[in-house]
Design a protein around this ligand. Structure first.
Ligand code: BTN
Length: 259
């Protein structure tokens, strides 16, 4: 691992303290070390490639050079439940950044925090956090890990994947995505801190796929069918079954019936 220069740092808002690495196992590893060592919120670990990128549900996240991989250290003072809403903040920021570099793109949100570009998953978002032992119910740190498919995307995924290059933005590189993404993240996070989850929920819902439609949700141990009623006030997916019973789901993966 080697920390590189701070190229491009001046173009990020002051909040961010950018550190660049050529190759890491995962940007989470570096960000966690720094979190435990007392680094401030805004510490931003960017890698050109990852050898052991981590995805949701214990999956690996393929991380070849050319795409954008970063972990952003935050120290939210909100409750553990509220802090999880930062995954929606991140998803809104990714969508804004994609629209900034590809203005005509069809960019949509897919629960819980996938961003779709022309129907394909264009980024991965994963939060990791540590409890604050001294303050039960609060966090010591939270790290938002974000990977954006800029030049390439994986094949053979459960849900189709997409990259910015495949969608036509062939001159865009990872830095060109990082700058608007960082700015949008800060804007949405400040909005969330000031006004709570409702404006985030409203913006996310406006661009979401599947609300009001029949869906299948893959949970850890089973698949369940129903209608996607809404995103609730905490960010859970409210699924209504055929008897009208509503259930709030906090973790899972959404699929749509074929055809
Ligand atoms: C997902 O499964 O969709 C979430 C993937 C998150 C990938 C990003 S890339 C930067 C950061 N470092 C990691 O190891 N994972 C996250």
């Amino acid at each position: 691992m080697s920390a590189g220069g701070a190229g491009g740092e001046s173009r990020l808002p002051d909040f961010f303290r950018l550190q660049r690495f050529d190759e890491v196992d995962s940007t989470f590893t570096v960000a966690k070390q720094q979190a435990e060592a007392g680094a401030p919120a805004g510490t931003l670990i960017v890698a050109r490639r990852q050898t052991a990128g981590r995805g949701r549900r214990g999956r690996s996240f393929a991380s070849p050079a050319g795409n954008l991989y970063f972990s952003l250290l935050l120290r939210p003072t909100q409750s553990v439940v509220e802090a999880a809403q930062l995954s929606f903040v991140a998803a809104l920021a990714v969508a804004d950044a994609i629209r900034a570099v590809l203005p005509a793109a069809d960019v949509r949100q897919k629960w819980p925090n996938d961003v779709l570009l022309n129907g394909g998953k264009v980024c991965g978002i994963l939060l990791e956090s540590a409890a604050d032992i001294a303050h039960p119910g609060k966090l010591s740190w939270l790290i938002a890990g974000i990977g954006v498919n800029v030049v390439s995307h994986p094949e053979g995924t459960d849900w189709p994947s997409m990259s910015l290059h495949a969608a036509g933005a062939t001159t865009v590189d990872a830095d060109a995505v990082l700058r608007p993404l960082a700015a949008a993240f800060l804007d949405w996070m400040r909005r969330w801190e000031a006004d709570g989850f409702m404006p985030i929920r409203d913006a996310w819902t406006r661009d979401a796929v599947g609300i009001g439609e029949p869906i299948t949700v893959r949970l850890a141990d089973k698949m369940i069918d129903g209608r996607f009623q809404e995103l609730d006030a905490d960010g859970a997916l409210v699924l209504c079954d055929e008897t009208g019973h509503a259930r709030a789901i906090t973790a899972g993966e959404v699929f749509f019936p074929a055809g």
